[in-house]
Design a protein around this ligand. Structure first.
Ligand code: NDP
Length: 338
């Protein structure tokens, strides 16, 4: 048996860098740490544009991966998703097809690809679970991205049925952590709000949150997600996807801060903004710009399958994860994606 070479596509992004962090900091040989003989490759787009079949093949020929965690994707916030639907559809279809087909052709032993809870139907019974992906059209705001991602699940099944490939996929909820995209116009909610709040504090200006603050979301800290990807790569052997959703058992302070009631896995955007204000140390008041679109109101996803398979997992408390993220942002402001 050849020694494992694990190629992480999109290795320079938020999730890829989190996997790198976990592999480098967890004790060697532990459940999530590096194992003897393993080589981990964290590839960026500069090593090969995965929209291009030839460049994808060259990347595989260079590293000869035995396993692939496929994260590379055109990713964006709500407004970019709404504006560039065809680009999101086409780029992601090309990237996914090249990665999966080259993995098949070069006999990669296992591929774990990355979907998103955006793939689920807009009109669906909550909570989301792994059986509901294809039961109706996705929300129109990101249908390009969502359809491209859904096709990965379709392809995984087809590769398994026709060629016996061991390809599967993970479905994370909203991810945040160090190395996120903190761009003010094109980021996900947490990094965008952290950046805005930081600027409001620095410039002594109001902190304005887009939308009503009412939509509910589930978040997962990137370092926790990284461990779950490593677990899937090593211990999960089924084509069916697994939802990777963070259920942070909140500390008392977090409970008070986030006023978690009922569906305790969901937090409102306002609750997130409150927590960011605290982590950044912003003293002023902030307002909500209700003229901006809210996006989907809620989309709770169940992590029952994950927890049943893993037998429990210690999630990082939300406020601790937020502090780590804010701290990273402040220390890396000059080089972060802003
Ligand atoms: P980032 O935007 O942080 O990183 C994207 C990565 O993909 C980068 O390494 C980038 O390389 C690479 N990439 C983009 N286009 C290409 C290309 N054409 N060829 C090769 N590499 C490319 O993304 P995240 O880490 O946030 O996302 C990782 C995965 O998780 C994605 O599949 C995403 O859909 C999924 N996901 C993310 C969520 C989130 O909240 N962030 C939620 C749910 C799912 P480079 O640095 O060189 O540009």
């Amino acid at each position: 048996m050849s020694k494992p070479v694990i190629l992480v596509t999109g290795g320079t992004g938020l999730v890829g860098q989190a996997i790198k962090h976990v592999i480098e900091t967890e004790p060697e040989g532990s459940r999530f740490g590096k194992r003897p003989g393993e080589t981990w490759i964290f590839a960026s787009s500069s090593e090969g544009d995965l929209r291009d079949a030839v460049q994808t093949r060259q990347l595989y020929e260079k590293y000869k991966p035995t396993h692939v965690i496929h994260l590379a994707a055109l990713v964006g916030g709500l407004f970019k998703n709404m504006k560039y639907k065809l680009t999101f559809l086409r780029d992601n279809i090309l990237i996914n097809d090249n990665v999966l087909h080259t993995s098949y052709e070069t006999q990669v032993q296992k591929v774990i690809s990355c979907l998103s809870t955006c793939v689920f139907p807009d009109k669906v019974e909550y909570p989301l679970d792994e059986n509901k992906i294809h039961t109706g059209p996705p929300h129109e705001s990101n249908f390009g991205y969502a359809h491209a991602k859904r096709m990965v699940d379709v392809q995984n099944h087809a590769y398994k049925e026709e060629f016996g490939c061991n390809f599967s996929s993970a479905i994370p909820t909203n991810v945040f952590g160090p190395h996120d995209n903190f761009d003010l116009d094109d980021s996900h909610v947490i990094p965008g709000l952290i950046h805005k709040c930081y600027l409001a504090k620095k410039n002594n200006t109001p902190f304005v949150v887009a939308g009503t603050g009412k939509p509910l979301r589930q978040f997962i800290f990137s370092w926790d997600l990284a461990k779950l990807f490593i677990w899937m790569l090593r211990e999960y052997d089924d084509v069916e996807p697994v939802i990777l959703s963070g259920r942070s058992p909140p500390s008392l302070t977090a409970l008070r801060l986030l006023r978690l009631v009922g569906e305790d896995e969901e937090v409102s955007i306002k609750q997130v903004a409150d927590a960011i204000v605290k982590a950044v140390g912003f003293q002023g008041n902030y307002t909500f710009d209700t003229s901006r679109a809210d996006g989907q109101f809620r989309k709770p996803a169940s992590n029952k399958k994950l927890l049943a398979l893993m037998g429990g997992f210690q999630f990082t408390p939300f406020e601790e994860a937020l502090d780590i993220t804010v701290d990273w942002f402040l220390k890396n402001y000059d080089t972060a994606r802003t």
